[in-house]
Design a protein around this ligand. Sequence first.
Ligand code: KIV
Length: 235
Amino acid sequence: MRITVRDIQKMKEDREPIVMLTAYDATSARLSEAAGVPMLLVGDTLGMVIQGHEVPIPVTLDHIIYHASIVTRVTNKALVVGDMPFMSYHVSVEQALTNAGRLVQESGVSAIKMEGGESLAETINRVVDAGIPVIGHIGLMPQSVYKVGGFRVQGRDLETAQQLLRDAQAVQEAGAFAIVLESVPALLARLITERLHIPTIGIGAGADCDGQVQVFHDILGLFEEFVPRHTKQYA
Ligand code: KIV
């Protein structure tokens, strides 16, 4: 039996740090699972580290399904999360439901991830209602890189920090089982982590989140085009 979303939530209750790594192929998935990583994300970062793009925008649902199918095929313990790519859930709630259903049925992932806060709450709620666990993603949302003008830290001033607090609350209330906080000040990430009962998974969000997510290629020094400041390279 694979690790469940309930197991991940219990880790927060037990104050056990949650580790999440990206995986896109048989090798990254097998190595990470063998190392005991409980949650694998087939992220749209595959656009950069696998496909060679500068941004995740060109990644399609079919690409994610293809890579996620490999990851679920070669693992049997980790909770595998599939990333909903750019424009696969923005058009309407119906579009999000259809595509989330495809991702789960065709790739075998047990949960999906979507970027967005308050404005995505209804979509998250309907997808969760359909029986598909959702992990939210706020702060720096790489699918909005053109809108925000680059991969920048979010929530540095009072107004944007307050909006992120509202976003986190809305994502939790919509039924997400956990939330990724990307590139937000450590103090704000700590505040959100204290206020939410669902686990926060940080990336560039300080050490006080309930868990951390990293890109497989970054921590192994396999991606040299850009090394994020929050990444520790182990090889
Ligand atoms: O696509 C991805 O890999 C992600 C993580 C970096 C959080 O969204």
